[in-house]
Write a protein that binds this ligand. Sequence first.
Ligand code: ZN
Length: 310
Amino acid sequence: MGAGTIRSGAEMSLFAKTAQAIAALALVVTTLVPSQVFAWGGYGHRTTGEIALANIRPETRAAIEKLLKYEKPLGTPECPLATLQDATVWPDCVRRTRWRWGYTAAWHYRTTPICEDYRAFANCSGGNCVTAQIERNQRLLADESLPAPIRLEALAFMVHFVGDIHMPLHSGDKDDRGGNDRETAYGIVPGLNLHRIWDGALAERAITSTDGPIARRYSPEERARYSGGEPADWGRESWQTARDMVYPNAFDTDPCAGDLPDETALTQEDIVEAVPVAQRRIKQAGLRMADMLDRAFEPGALPEPEPRRR
Ligand SMILES: [Zn+2]
């Protein structure tokens, strides 16, 4: 406040409160704008959950609603878990609390170099990778002898990882942590990285640029086209998509012909080419998630666990 201004106590406090509110708002705006515009990772995941929800059996939906009532015992009030859509983002939220959930960080991906032969079981020591964790958590979810909060936690991990495994850069890698180390512009927006673009801006554009809503009930023919396979197949598809589409699209060169530059840019043409690919991966994730949920809640639908692979 300027010197020489005289105000009563009440006016002072009103003035101070208004100034405080403006300062707080400015802080919120400056901290939220960059992340809200481009951090749509949650939007992609939530959409896969919405697709699944529109395509599961009514019995499955009822069983999920029952489990969601056990949100409180999990003890993660900062990461809500009241809906299936919440469940699709819960594992990303809790892993920020490293002292408690740090051990789950490696469960979100299983990257394989795009320029080497695909190795189906590499980079998964002790089952700490996305492929193994999808299967493990589906089994925990299906096991009615386990306490409900454990099954709810498994539900959240399973649905989140089904989303992650469909993102090509959670599987394919070119010495850059799945594109995280490649500074990439998105059209005229500089300073992002390739991984973040596929997680965020591109997924958002893919979701919002379909003819009808992407989250809807799909016909049996469509379901047959987009679903099927096992988590290992989905990871391989992602790896192949990274090798044949994501990297060549971003760098306009054969990614395996030599080293790639540290920086690149997606042009409008690149983005237009990438959108249908992102759309397909999001639909596949949602419909395969629906199948996994239906099977988890159908008594006797899952085969007996295989003996541990050596
Ligand atoms: Zn994740």
